[in-house]
Ligand binder design. Structure first.
Ligand code: ZN
Length: 458
């Protein structure tokens, strides 16, 4: 039989085989560096003292260059089981996950389905795992959540003797979320932008807001997180596999123009991977470094980087022109047409093409604004449309292309842009509880596709 230790590695994780041979004469560790051997001996000694048990003896072999921290628990368990002559050759394999503390307790960790999946594919029948937020079960795998070394040892012994085990202790309930306030409580007017944000949240779309400073672009983008539906179990799992902790809400990662390349992509998972399942907020898009813009474009294209996924909503804002006055009624834009062109071409057409919604935000006169009653169940509606959207076949958008072609502005769009318009039109129809998309939905969808380079941008 084999004993494996779970080691987190990239998105999938590794199964590290621990080989032990009984020996009463001291402890031999093969495959570990001198420093690792010393660290392990010290830790094993202090745990043995804390628990009042003799120090482990035997010969252990692990693959070289393994991460010792994730192997310690498995090594100690394997040595103790071997000493008790409890490792018969015909017995099913075991996987052990978790990090051991100096007092013999096992550090709790988020619920990661990656671990049982890996154990299962390695033909293990028992998984020893730390206590988790939600104890998982997995196919025919017996999973025992253990809080300390002794408990883990008891579970292994029991399994090895009769393939049975104790019942899991139910995990403590998660803290309930606090009641949310209305997402648009702080924003007056800007109804078109509010509508656009709801479409973005329901469809997982990318949005770019542009216009003069002080128009409310940043404030609008910051409401997006509260509009998005709560994470599904599947999404929580994916995020936990990237971050190592169980998320309580959708991640919002902000990219600043001052960030160095190393801060953004110097590690794996990178900052952009950390936005997976949530929002990548890039304010002042035109002020971002060229490498940042390139990397974001690459991410949107590939939807992953290294072994980690990176699917997020890109929420961006920028001025419409270099001087910032374009679109202002009380001030004149002093930029030439050429300067404006350069301002926009810096972003790159590949990235601009990725924004499903591109909308100008102009300062509104608050005195003349009509009072609009905010819809109360806005988040529930978004969630309803979001669920519907997830079940919509991509083919449906293609079938809408002839309808798009009947609109004047719909003729000159790229294929990606056309499909994006059809998707937005479908979302708009879903918001009105309709399955059939009509021409009015299509025109509204097209109205979210404007760019500052167009002289008729208003
Ligand atoms: Zn200007």
């Amino acid at each position: 039989m084999n004993i494996y230790a779970y080691q987190s590695h990239g998105y999938e994780g590794l199964a590290i085989r621990i080989q032990v041979t009984t020996s009463a004469r001291g402890l031999t560790l093969l495959g570990l560096s001198q420093t690792q051997q010393r660290e392990f001996r010290q830790k094993a000694a202090s745990i043995s003292t804390a628990l009042g048990v003799p120090e482990p003896t035997g010969i252990v072999q692990v693959p070289p260059k393994s991460n010792l921290e994730s192997l310690e628990l498995a090594i100690i368990l394997a040595l103790r089981l071997s000493r008790d002559r409890l490792l018969p050759s015909g017995c099913p394999d075991i996987m052990i996950a978790g990090k051991l503390n100096l007092d013999g307790t096992i550090a709790p960790m988020p619920t990661l389905l990656a671990i049982p999946e890996l154990a299962y594919t390695h033909h293990c029948r028992l998984l020893i795992a730390p206590t988790a937020a939600r104890p998982y079960t997995y196919r025919a795998l017996v999973i025992r959540h253990c809080a300390d070394l002794e408990q883990a040892l008891r579970q292994c012994r029991r399994f090895l003797l009769n393939h049975g085990g104790e019942q899991d202790v139910p995990a403590s309930a998660q803290t309930p979320p606090s009641p949310p306030s209305h997402p648009f409580a702080e924003i007056l007017g800007l109804e078109k932008a509010k509508r656009a944000l709801q479409i973005v949240a329901a469809g997982g779309l990318n949005i770019l807001l542009y216009g003069p400073p002080g128009g409310g672009k940043t404030l609008l983008l910051h409401t997006l997180a509260s509009l998005m539906p709560p994470l599904t179990e599947e999404e929580k799992e994916e995020i936990a596999r990237i971050r190592g902790t169980l998320p309580t809400s959708r991640p919002v990662i902000e990219v600043l123009p001052t960030m160095a390349e190393k801060q953004l992509f110097g590690s794996e998972p990178s900052l952009l991977n950390l936005a997976h399942g949530g929002i990548l907020l890039v304010d002042e898009l035109n002020r971002q470094k060229e490498s940042t813009l390139k990397a974001i474009t690459f991410f949107l294209e590939k939807r992953n980087c290294g072994s980690y996924p990176g699917r997020f909503i890109l929420a961006s804002a920028m001025n419409g022109c270099p001087c910032g006055n374009m679109g202002r009624e009380e001030a004149l834009c002093t930029c030439s047409e050429k300067q404006r062109q350069r301002h926009w071409s810096r972003i790159g057409s590949a990235l601009l093409d990725r924004f499903d919604i591109c909308l100008p935000i102009l300062p509104e006169n608050l005195m003349t604004l009509p009072l609009v009653q905010e819809e109360q169940d806005i988040c529930a509606n978004i969630r309803k449309v979001w669920l519907k959207q997830r079940q919509t076949d991509q083919q449906k958008y293609l079938k809408l292309l002839p309808l798009l072609d009947t609109c004047k502005q719909g003729k000159s769009l790229s294929m990606r842009c056309s499909i994006s318009v059809c998707k937005i039109a479908t979302i708009i129809a879903h918001f009105s509880n309709r399955e059939v998309v009509d021409k009015e939905d299509m025109s509204e969808a097209l109205s979210y596709k404007t760019y500052g380079i167009d002289r008729h941008w208003r």
